[in-house]
Design a binder for this molecule. Structure first.
Ligand code: PMP
Length: 393
């Protein structure tokens, strides 16, 4: 054959214009992105090392400090989704052979345990059934038994709909010389978190849930205590991309006079993230928490009044951002979610890993958390229960 001719022709599909439908994004994420935040992302691309982008990154840092309620100077956004922040936390804070304790009450604990195992940590877990959580006594027992360097807890377990109480765990960890790592991807902005007061050492979230920014950036913050462990490691973190010393320098958190190229920051994603933080600042954290709680209570009452059952029995443990509904008896949950997508152009989802088959999940996060949207979801569910196949019982 002719070595200089191309053998892969231009794909026909790419000669057609891009089309993306509008959908009501009421699953556990991503949420809808309001036009104000979308439009921020269409600003011109500038260099990832230009002074203007450093200013935008500094603004983002202040926004994250507010959202997390922390003074930590080691505060930044990882260029990646929630999982990248999870790995950033674990890969930096844990060395091979370290003991790690993971509170598993859903998929996020399972994944954190797997990440720590992959880097050669000695991982122990405490496990609660889907819908459950842990008492301080259970945590203390495990801490004193396993003497971990790090404890992982998911604040908002989006697979089961549990809001894990955080008060007292940080103080307990520090009694045992352990760092406290909290996943707030599904909860931040929608339920109270006080990073400094609750003595959380590492806290991370994602951009695509309550913040209503597109997926692709992940706010994270490290306490002084976490930094002490991380910067006195005997070994380098396995990941160059997620190495906190590099990220700290890129985000101007290390006090060095100049920043060195590490990776090309996704500048347009930074614009959207900054705008989403502006929206949160405008509303105010407490107002946002209150709105999510009120809307969730309205939603939960509506579900119960149509005969559906909430998966999380105890009110105070219900995640206000992601609601888990006991999968309606006699129905195929997949038929319900597809019917609602097809008929109402609305995404809700089934369970995830330990909750598959047990629940339907509805996320109302950020701008999506409103009574009008609750009414829309309730109407869609009523319609689905009327039209989907119900087995005779
Ligand atoms: N943690 C929690 C609690 C989540 O809900 C999610 C997203 N569903 C993640 C972590 C992972 O985030 P991402 O999909 O952005 O990587």
């Amino acid at each position: 054959g002719n070595m200089s001719s191309i053998s892969v022709p231009p794909p026909k599909c790419l000669q057609k214009p891009l089309t993306v439908p509008y959908r009501h994004m009421f699953g556990p994420g991503p949420s809808n992105v309001p036009s104000r935040i979308l439009e921020a992302g269409v600003n011109p691309v500038i260099g990832h090392m230009h002074p203007e982008i450093f200013e935008i990154m500094n603004d983002i840092k202040s926004g994250i400090q507010y959202m997390f309620q922390t003074q930590n100077k080691m505060t930044l956004a990882v260029s990646g989704t929630g999982h990248s922040a999870m790995e950033c936390a674990i890969f930096n804070a844990v060395e091979p052979g370290d003991s790690v304790l993971v509170a598993v009450n859903g998929i996020w604990g399972e994944r954190a345990a797997e990440m720590a195992e992959r880097i050669g940590a000695r991982v122990n877990t405490i496990v609660a059934p889907p819908g459950g959580c842990f008492t301080i006594e259970e945590m203390e027992k495990a801490l004193s038994k396993h003497r971990p360097v790090l404890l992982f807890v998911a604040h908002g377990e989006s697979s089961t709909g549990v809001l894990h109480p955080l008060d007292g765990i940080g103080q307990l960890c520090h009694k045992y010389n352990c760092l406290f790592l909290v996943d707030s991807v599904a909860s931040i902005g929608g339920a109270p978190v006080y990073m400094d007061q609750q003595e959380i050492d590492i806290l991370y979230t994602g951009s695509q849930k309550v913040l209503n920014a597109p997926p692709g950036t992940a706010p994270i913050s490290f306490s002084e205590r976490a930094c002490q462990k991380i910067f006195s490691r005997r070994t380098k973190p396995v990941s160059f991309y997620l190495d906190l010393s590099w990220l700290a320098n890129y985000w101007g958190c290390d006090g060095k006079p100049s920043r060195v190229y590490h990776h090309t920051g996704p500048v347009t994603a930074f614009y959207s993230l900054r705008e989403s933080l502006s929206v949160l600042v405008e509303e105010g954290l407490e107002n946002s928490w209150e709105r999510h709680l009120k809307v969730a209570e309205y939603f939960h009452a509506g579900l119960e009044s149509m005969g559906l059952k909430l998966f999380v029995k105890e009110k105070r443990l219900r995640l206000p951002t992601v609601t888990t509904i006991v999968a309606p008896y006699g129905y195929d949950w997949k038929e319900i979610t597809s019917y609602i997508m097809k008929t109402h152009n609305l995404e809700i989802s089934g369970g995830l890993r330990p909750s598959v088959g047990l629940v339907l999940r509805v996320g109302l996060m950020g701008c999506n958390s409103s009574r009008e949207n609750v009414d829309m979801v309730l109407a869609a569910l009523k319609d689905a229960l009327k039209h989907c196949h119900k087995s005779k019982v």
